[in-house]
Design a protein around this ligand. Sequence first.
Ligand code: SF4
Length: 441
Amino acid sequence: MTTTSSVDLTIRDISTGAASGSTCAATLLAAPWDIDRVPDSYGPGASMDDPVPADAPRQGEIPREYREASEAELDRRIRAAKAELGERVVVLGHFYQRDEVVQYADYVGDSFQLAKAATAHQEAEAIIFCGVHFMAETADLLSAPEQAVILPNLAAGCSMADMADIDQVEECWEQLMEVYGEGETADSEAGADGLAPIIPVTYMNSSAAIKGFVGRHGGIVCTSSNASAVLQWAFERGRRVLFFPDQHLGRNTAKAMGIPLEQMPMWNPRRPLGGNDEQTLREAQVVLWHGFCSVHKRFTTSQIDQARVEHPGVRVIVHPECPMPVVDAADESGSTDYIRRAIEGATEPTTFAIGTEINLVQRLAAQHPQHTIFCLDPVICPCSTMYRIHPGYLAWVLESLLEGEVINRISVGQDVAEPARLALERMLAVKPAAPGPAAGR
Ligand code: SF4
């Protein structure tokens, strides 16, 4: 395998035989605008086998000049448009975004860091979010009303966020209220112990509609950095938690807090009572939505075993979106920001095996040549939806702004925005947990 920081170049080298290694899909080499023509696919990469909701946003064909421009021409046009727009635009790049796009970002970070970065630029009339749909929605919730948040490719959704559909969540809540509140609207009523029967908690990686639902029902948003502190907040107000969309973050966090697995039933939205009986739901402390991230689901304990055999003394750090056995077998688990800081903080040359998205891992490896850093998964398989953003789309939205046209604006309706902001504000008011990793093995 090559050691370039660019995953795109690695994919190209492997696909053309210029380098050894393997990728998860031959179509990773296809242009994203060709993938845009396949409406029922997230595109090549980790989410390629996940079903796409019928109402997921689609991306229409972008003008031919952007599809046919060379890398050098796109580079020249993006830089020229950014220079001319100046402070009128801020470009945000997620940690998992390809280097070919991240190089133009004014800020690089996780979804919440980027949304907050956007709020620091009230003078910008447009915020271009090189990430996925729910991230652009969060930036819209936190930015000024007159600022336009732009997602360069509307098909850049998130398969995990899409797993919690608002209609299914409303239906789930109704069923839970019947179990806990005997048909009453028990979510607003505390019992004799002063606690509500259940508090909804959503991961940042969810649609604005879900954040709005949570805000309306006394709930809160969490990130992978503050999930433990947020669950603590929820248990101070309710007897149970409904956690969505990521079962793994919910399970890993609750387990580290000492909650037994048998008190964490899964809610499958396609089955009555989520596939549970009433007794199980009454005894539950955390009801886990049946969602997952297809990027982090790829990591396995065998990969960790192999890393330990091949690299004695390796430090294994995985993201808490990984399945529980993987988190348990790792040395540490933590958010993308935790992983980044752990590597930056290592004073001696160290070998790191990392369980998170390949673009971040390869970038960290290039930034820290004193360490050996590699992805636990030897197969190159980027996040399908992040991968839908390409410099061609960035050039298109930037040059359109220069012509006074806002393309692909992401706007959250007022009815959803108000409760969604409330859920975010509750999160911001939560005192952070003591710093440090979640315990691995
Ligand atoms: S890495 Fe997973 S959670 Fe993040 S955007 Fe991709 S599919 Fe969604």
